[in-house]
Each structure stands twice: as structure tokens, then as C-alpha cells.
Ligand binder design. Sequence first.
Ligand code: SF4
Length: 456
Amino acid sequence: MSQVPLPISMLDARQGHAVMAHEAGQTMSCEKHSAAGAVSQRACVFCGSRVVLYPISDAVHLVHGPIGCASYTWDIRGSLSSGPQLHRLSFATDMREDEVIHGGEPLLKRALADLIPTHQPNGVFVYGTCLAGLIGDDIEAICREATAAYGIPVIPVEAPGFGGTKKTGYKVACEALGRLVGQGDTSGIAKASINILGDFNLAGETWDLRRLYEAMGIEVVATITGDGRIGDIQRAHGAALNVVQCSGSMTSLARDMESRFGIPFKQVSYVGMEDTAEALYTVAKHFGGGDYLTRAQEIVVRECASVMPELKRLRKELQGKTAAIYTGGAFKAISLVRSLRALGMRPVLAGSQTGGGDDYEALRSICDDDTLVVDDLTAGELAAFCRRGGVDLLIGGVKERPIALKLGIAFCDHNHERKHALAAFSGMLSFAREVHASLTSPVWDLHRLPMPGGQS
Ligand code: SF4
């Protein structure tokens, strides 16, 4: 139980998942199944795996389950590709009562026999959902047979929603990726070479990161999974370093590649200029500093100079505003605290769906004493805090947007549904513009007008 009274009330089962940042001796409860009845904002295991694998654009992504599971389509979880667009098509076996009674394996085999010759993908991911897990379809065996029959990797992604949390889905996705890594030819890869892990190219961020690293003279072997390709991932073990963004989604693949291929990894963030500069310097130093570091410093100076004048102008109007941050991973929340401070704003709530104990310790250490740090927040808790805490801006994803709109406070989408790249230097400017546009919108004054009948 928390020793300091929290600014929101919580169900008994949720106690310990929210603490004031500097409440001495209070350990944060996290990495647990969501409390039944709490209506958590967190998605299921299958969704976690889909988020990670979905951007691989030359693969068929086949959901083996009821059609409802397939609702995570490209339209709501966009990811840009510079080449194939196959990932934008949604495929599902549409399991029904018949399959519950007689099994879904024949349906899955028919779907693969139809999809592979029609679309000629370079690989297939078969997602096992709750229903497939419940009736015990042997997806692994069917994928093995299909791999042999069609000569492309057909990879099972066993992700029944009941099998854990969204973070479990990240791990399942990393295991699927691990089956691909090591299969390709690595000849010709430069000594100073990296894989970019954990960026999903939602709005072109991966392209920007690739541009920055290549300008430093570093080869990018594979981007996993933003703008990802099966062939690149198969040769990713030829890179000298894995550069991992976001603590939650890709660290297990980085660890796997370290143990199997001896490739070290560095954890970085590209949210905000400070963190992006640090990421470039970290990679440059890994390759011995020298010219890599000089070029990284030149890039940072150039990129900062191009965005600073407008950032300073926006900061004047944002100074002193308060924000609540609720993200998928805790690493992003940490970077957002820094980004908001760079804009003169004050984070009063910071939390994530999937953070671990170490992530929350790091988050708490950079927050103000009176910042509430939360894990696996519920819609009710978030709304209550925003209302009582006088929050000016909520940063979240598609499920948090209606909460902000109903409360009449500004909102910034920092999740899969956004269309503006928010990473690196230019991304910081886009972020500031988004925050500024929402906070200064005249619509909030209209929202506060009394409704007919006297209600506000
Ligand atoms: S919880 Fe189960 S049924 Fe629901 S979307 Fe996830 S996999 Fe599908």
C-alpha cells in the first residue's frame, strides 16, 4: 500500500501500480497481468506481437483466429514502406464455430495454399490467437510443412491473448524474428555496421535514422522492423552492433543475437534532441570515436541549428504548461519527460503499459517529487488524474485520445496512429508543433461553453 495519499483512487488490486516519483522506499508494482475489472488501457499478447512484426512489408501477416482479432490493420497501426506494400493487406482465417468443434488446421492450410501463390511473399507470419491456442491447433507443424512446400520461411507466432501481457507479445515476436536471423549471406557488410532495432517507421522515422547513421559513415544492415524486409533480417547477424530503441519491444532479440552471434547491443532513444545526440555519440564511440564521432558532432550541430529558432519561439508559449504522459513502453516516457522539459513544460504524470522495475526506477529518478508514476493505467484512473491534476496536455495513443477530448484538454498522439514523424531532431520540432497546435487551439474555449440546459 502506498504511504503517501495518491491524487487518484484505485482498486485494491491496482494498489502499488502508482507511486509518487520520490516516495522513499516505495517499490513500484509492474509486469503483472492486468487486474480483471480495471479496464486497463493495455492490449493483448497477440497485439504486442503484431505491433512488432507488422512493419515487415514483404511478408504476408496471417491471423489464425476469429475475424475480430484481425482488427489491428494497417489503417489504424500504419507503418511506412519504401518498397513492398504487402503488410498493408490484412489476412485472417476467420475461425468460427466449425473450427472450434473440428479444429482449425485445415482452414489454416487452405489459407496458406491460397495466399502464398497469389501474393508471392518473401515470408509469412502466422499469428496464433486465443481461439487457436484454446483448441490446440498445431501451428508450428503446419508452418514447418508450408516452409518445406513453398520454399519461404513460414513462421509461427504463438500469441494467444490470454498468455500474458502485451510485453509477452513483444517477446514472442522477437522469437519469431530470431528464427529468421542467421539464414542470410553476410558477405560484403562493412566493419562499422549496425542494425536499427525497435523503430517501426510509423511516419518515416526509420528513414531519418538511417540517413543520420549513414551520414556518419555507418552501414545499416537491417531495420527491424520499420521498413523491414525478410532478406535484410536474415543477414542481420552480419552487423557489428545492434542499436535498440525502446526497452520493451526488442531487447530480447538483441540479447538473443548477442548470445548466438556475439553481437553487442546499445540501448538508445530518439525521442528528443538530447537523446538522439546521445544515441549518435554512443554508436560513434562504439566504433572507436575518431571520424565517426567528429561526423556525429557535426550532424548534431547542423540538425540543432535547423530546428532551434522555431523551437525557441514555440517554447515561449508552452512555458509552464503541465502534461500527462502515458505510452506503450517506459523508455519512451523517460525521453518524453526530457522533451517536455526542453519545451519548458512540466510532466505531472508519467506511465506506461509495459514498463519493468528498472524502467520505472529510471523514470522516477528523473521526475519531479510530485509527479505520479503509473503502470498499466486504467481509463478511469487517467481521466480522474487529468481532471483533478489540472493537466493541460495528454500524450498517449488512440485509446487515450477520447479521454482527452471528452475532458476538453489538448492531446498529442505519440503512438502508432500518428502521421507525423516524432523522432530525432526534425521529429522534436514536429512534436513541439503538435503540442503547440493542440494547446493553443481555440476549440478548447468552445468546449468549456455551457451546454443548453446549464450543464458544462
Ligand atoms: S485477446 Fe484473444 S481474442 Fe482478443 S484480440 Fe487478443 S488474441 Fe484475439
